[in-house]
Design a protein around this ligand. Structure first.
Ligand code: 13P
Ligand code: SF4
Length: 302
């Protein structure tokens, strides 16, 4: 039996579906039932009828799927696959802002733990943050944990007052504007497509800023044939499939997310066989509040 056949058989036995983020290894993307950005995957987790979700991504993604579908079993191929930014804000930061500003909305990036979501009013992803923040009635916005996405949204929604938090994605933050400038010098006609988790210096050089899906869609629909990509290198797999005729260039310090790369086919087979690494969230109050934060995102993003 091939690995693909074995996965198919195990999925059928468990009534399982495999969701994967664009940053996981190519061979994992190839066996997934659905691949997408974090917004698409959170919606899929709700819409799909399967009893079990195998989430090929980092822990906040599995946690969000479980919060939205407490009755489903969510399995993580690697329990240690985590996103460092998802922890980069303290409760004191939120409490301080709530005490200081009356007309405040606490907006948390989906790249955050369930506990952080429980302190927040609404969740967002990179694909819907601008739309959701624009639609909020509040004047003051505490945006957590990512300062780079916060600055990007603030620029797009000038009518509001933003309070920033010093969280960041180490992989996107590591990308330097100088590297993008060098690539641009080598390929002057290339379009620069970057993720909003990059620093403002990198964003300033971009022709397009958007989520992983947004970047792939842009390349898919573009008449250009050369692209400089400012996000994690896992997107290259989908980009190459979408545009066989195009060339994609990544910064020399290749952006690789260790958490995402922990997911392997062997680990997927293992959890499908033994049901291991099930996402379990026990604090009922935290879960209820975090679920509300995510549900508000799904409603406002429509
Ligand atoms: P997307 O929302 O674009 O999928 O990004 C998630 C992420 O973790 C980016 O680093
Ligand atoms: Fe988190 Fe960055 Fe990895 Fe995205 S790329 S999951 S933000 S560490």
């Amino acid at each position: 039996m091939t690995i693909q056949e074995e996965i198919r058989k195990l999925k059928a036995e468990r009534d399982a579906v495999i969701l994967a983020h664009y940053y996981v290894r190519p061979e994992v993307q190839d066996i997934a039932d659905y691949i997408g950005d974090s917004y698409f995957l959170s919606r899929k987790a709700v819409d799909l009828p399967h009893r079990t979700i195998v989430f090929c991504g980092v822990s906040f993604m599995g946690e969000s799927a479980k919060l939205l579908n407490p009755e489903k079993t969510v399995l993580m191929p690697d329990a240690q696959a985590d996103c460092p930014m998802a922890h980069m804000v303290t409760k004191e930061t939120v409490e301080r802002a709530r005490a200081q500003y009356e007309d405040l909305a606490v907006v948390c990036y989906i790249n955050s733990t369930a506990e952080i979501k429980s302190w927040s009013d609404v969740s967002v992803t990179s694909a819907n943050a601008v739309r959701i923040v624009s639609s909020l009635p509040n004047k003051n916005i505490l945006f957590i944990p990512d300062r780079n996405l916060a600055h990007f949204v603030a620029e797009k929604v000038p009518g509001k007052h933003f309070i920033y938090n010093e969280g960041f994605c180490p992989i996107h933050e590591h990308m330097k504007a100088e590297e993008i400038r060098e690539l641009k010098a080598q390929h002057p006609s290339a379009k620069v497509l970057v993720h909003p988790e990059c620093s403002p210096g990198v964003l300033a050089l971009a022709d397009y800023v958007g989520s992983t899906s947004g970047i792939i869609e842009y390349a898919k629909n573009s008449a250009d044939t050369m692209f400089i990509i400012g996000t994690e290198s896992g997107v290259c797999h989908a980009l190459r499939q979408a545009r066989k005729d195009a060339a994609f260039f990544f910064p020399a310090t290749e952006p690789v997310c260790d958490g995402m790369k922990r997911i392997t086919l062997d680990k997927i087979i293992a959890v499908l066989r033994n049901g291991g690494n099930e996402v379990e969230l026990d604090d009922r109050q935290t879960c209820a509040a975090a679920k509300e934060t995510l549900t508000r995102m799904l409603t406002l993003a429509q």
